[in-house]
Design a protein around this ligand. Sequence first.
Ligand SMILES: Nc1ncnc2c1ncn2[C@@H]1O[C@H](COP(=O)(O)OP(=O)(O)OP(=O)(O)O)[C@@H](O)[C@H]1O
Ligand SMILES: [Mg+2]
Length: 650
Amino acid sequence: MPTTAESTRDRSAVRSLLRLWPFVRPVRARLLTAAFVAIVASCVGLVIPLVLKWMVDGPVADRDPAGVWLGALYLLLLGLAEALLFGLRRWLVARPLSHVEAEMRAGLYRHLQRLPVAFHDRWASGQLLSRGTTDLMLLRMFLAFPLTFLLVNGVTIVVGVVIMLVQDWQLGLVVLGPALPVMVTCAVFEKKYSEVARLAQDQVGDLTTVVEESVLGIRIIKGFGRHRSQARAFRELARTLRGTELRKARLLAAIWAVIVTLPELAIGAALVVGAVQVADGQLSAGTLVAFLSTALALRWPVESIGFLLAMSQEAATATERYFEVMDAEVEEPGISGDPASVSRGGVRSPASRGASPTLGFARAGGPPSPTRAAPGGTSQAVQALGEARMPAAQPDGGLRFEGVRFRYPDAPPGSPPLLDRVDLHVRPGESMALVGATGSGKTTLTALVPRLHEVTSGRITLDGDDITAIPREELRALVAVAFEEPTLFSASVGDNVLMGAGDGAGTDELERALAVAQADFVHALPQGTATQVGEQGLSLSGGQRQRIALARAVVGRPRFLVLDDPLSALDVHTEAAVEAALRQVLADTTALIVAHRPSTVLLADRVALLSGGRIAAVGTHQELLRTNAEYAHLMSGHDEHAEHEEGDER
Ligand SMILES: Nc1ncnc2c1ncn2[C@@H]1O[C@H](COP(=O)(O)OP(=O)(O)OP(=O)(O)O)[C@@H](O)[C@H]1O
Ligand SMILES: [Mg+2]
């Protein structure tokens, strides 16, 4: 898990922060105005000592009460102006900066959606979560305070120092004495702090991962009574994080001590020297008052530099962490926009999906249930039309794997490829069962078809078109998938199913899909298809979730269907009913179905056996049972009932 990025380690904080420019650009006018307003406010503050000087040397020395009142009025007005200007600055930056944060967060989310599955395999979700939340908050705070105030305070310090030097250059030099040691301390601090800040932010990510996992896995944790060990693991991480935060605090305390103490000492020294000068008559009392007030007014700008630098450093780290994700390469969209690809034999654009007349339940007339409708009859014309469009006659039609090799990018080096020269041809309209021992790579093979992973070598074609030549969006509209783990989202049942269809799909499609998947239980839910399923659909049973996932796979009437053991959680009766309905769909769909049970295998026209990374045998269930010992062994281990059913089918 790439929690620390060595490559970015040596990058300076400024370089990292400069990468924020594209996001800050749209609001630059506001930010600059705000900084300007803050500088003016700060300089207004610096005028106050000069008024004091005028008061002490003028009205106070002359014992003129009216002059003192006037001076007091000036001071009040200056104070008010300073306060109003700082308020204006705050108002100027608040809205644009929340906009920047929102934009960056939206950008991150968009990017995460487009990153390949391999990226998500590698990255812990907590790390991504913390980058999208804590880190972006740090960035907004940086843009609101340190960015402006490092500038404002810098200008204030320079102006203040000039004022002091003009008042009395000797006293000015005394006050400037600590400048060098303070700067050296800041430089050392920045380097050390950047390391600790990075560590702390990564540890927040790890902690988030633990929290997320234990919330998602709460059933397992409780079921195995692991809450104590889980809490211990959490405490350990929290303690580590606390240690890191304490290191940060110690560093801050150290720089704070230096930054506060040295200038105070210098001001004390200036006070002594100044008092001696006033006593000797070399300096007016008013000048000393003005000088010391200016020095005191500069105390805050100087002292704040410590934590402003700390915040900037954290922001630089947050930027690095943000761009580590943003720099990860997304799946290229393919060759979308190529008109030839749309008109290519049978390949439909996503917009036209659902309009194909070639599918089992896309029949003319009414909303017939696919469980009842028989092919042929009224649909012959439609069928003929479909066949005209379907490249059934092409020898290379259907789904074809040619010399496909695949190894996971993060597999141990030197290990053999998981899939080694897989050759398989699923003919148009044919359904092929894929059987293999557990861990043989069936799920992996199915994930290659919608390009969730990229083949290492070899190629996969759909109706003769290399999948890498089909725009991804189009490819994923062509191929529908249902995986072993039926993933549902926090949305209504209907929305979960319709995710599998184009934008135009409505109730009819939904009902048909639910019927195919035998998901009638949906209608018995409190609000029918509008019932919200909880996070990950955990309020439904495993079999119910599987059927919704299956409905999602078939609702878009895909040309190609890839099902990864879609019926494993169903009781035999439901499985039989789903199979009957599915067979109607599969009549026209080219399908690859991973199967563990003979009953599922019987859905398919032929079976392929995946063994040792290759397709070891292809044939009908009966043929393979007779001729292939491995296949017979794999199939014989399954439940008796399925075997009986299989007998009935014969
Ligand atoms: N993201 C991944 N990174 C590295 N290796 C992986 C990854 N996913 C799976 N594997 C490995 O690939 C092998 C095949 O996994 P796969 O899920 O394809 O098997 P399967 O045939 O579907 O098994 P099952 O019948 O249990 O579902 C396994 O040994 C697994 O450890
Ligand atoms: Mg699997």
